[in-house]
Design a protein around this ligand. Structure first.
Ligand code: NAP
Length: 282
């Protein structure tokens, strides 16, 4: 049984390969796919060129492969098309199964990043392939920049109000993905993967304070104020809009669903916020 992991040069893809090996997968059955295969050379498995925008690389990478682990692309705005190309190539190559990293409640959520995931989920359902959808909540690592900011100012800025986030570190999601890839009974399943506990930004500020050893307070801003503060701190306008849009979704409760799906897949509690932040800063 061979598994090709896409985006294997990225943070999550690398971790999925590592977790597959840690869970006992035969290295000969795991293939790391990346635009520049040499960036995945250190993973200790076969690498293959795999570029979502170059169908010829997809056809080659999927020939004779049983399972495609499609790690969603980082090319925001182009992802739906890129993922469709992967799904089409998987069908064409006769791949048996595809596992996709989606986002929380992609079928109903209004979160800023959702539309491309929703389109991809629909394409998977229409493809005729056997699929499993891993709807990942936020990565705890998304807040590493906030830790760095708070280190300098003692303040965590945001626009999420009392909204909660059921985050988990990438390593936990990767372990969940490995469990699905190596296990049975996951065909046609949609998992809402999250941390065990949903925290709010005052709790995040306290956790950051614990990690950096100084008091950190949360200052809640309006969306407009938050965008202005980020731009003033040097964040490009588009990035600031994106961050504020994400916080608006958090304020509306769109990332608050703490489910048991991830802890069930990995067979242990998910990593606590403080520990995950600490690990992300190493
Ligand atoms: N849940 C969350 O909080 C959250 C946060 C951020 C992102 N995400 C999503 O989760 C995905 C994985 O996260 P991550 O942290 O591992 O992101 P990442 O480190 O930025 O990795 C993204 C991967 O996508 C690859 N990629 C981009 N365009 C490609 C193309 N045309 N062909 C093939 N590969 C391409 C990159 O390859 P190169 O190395 O060649 O650039 C990289 O391997 C992201 O891409 C995004 O969809 C989720």
């Amino acid at each position: 049984m061979s598994i090709v992991v896409t985006g294997a040069s990225g943070h999550l893809g690398r971790l999925i390969v590592t977790k597959l090996l840690a869970a006992g997968a035969d290295p000969a059955t795991v293939i790391a796919g990346a635009r520049r295969p040499e960036t995945a050379d250190d993973l200790g498995v076969t690498t293959v060129e795999l570029d979502y925008t170059r169908p010829e690389t997809l056809a080659k990478a999927f020939a004779g492969v049983d399972t495609v682990m499609l790690v969603s692309s980082s090319a925001i705005g182009e992802r739906a098309q890129q993922h469709k190309a992967v799904i089409d190539a998987a069908v064409e190559a006769g791949v048996a199964r595809i596992v996709y990293t989606s986002a929380s409640h992609a079928d109903t959520s209004d979160l800023i990043i959702i539309p491309e995931h929703r389109v991809t989920e629909e394409a998977l359902r229409a493809s005729g392939l056997t699929w499993t959808i891993l709807r990942n909540n936020w990565y705890t690592e998304n807040y590493v920049g906030s830790v760095q900011g708070a280190q300098a100012t003692g303040v965590l800025l945001g626009a999420a109000g009392a909204g909660k986030v059921a985050s988990a570190p990438r390593a936990d999601y990767a372990e969940g993905a490995a469990a699905v890839l190596l296990g049975e009974g996951h065909d046609g399943k949609v998992y809402e993967l999250s941390g065990d506990h949903a925290w709010d930004y005052p709790e995040l500020a306290a956790a950051i304070g614990e990690v950096i050893g100084r008091e950190v307070v949360y200052r809640d801003l309006s969306t407009e104020e938050y965008i202005a503060a980020l731009v003033a701190a040097g964040v490009p306008e588009g990035g600031a809009q994106f961050a504020a849009g994400a916080d608006a979704g958090i304020k509306a409760g769109l990332l608050a669903d703490a489910t048991a799906d991830l802890r069930t897949l990995i067979g242990r509690p998910t990593t606590r916020l403080v520990e995950a932040l600490r690990a992300a800063l190493v």
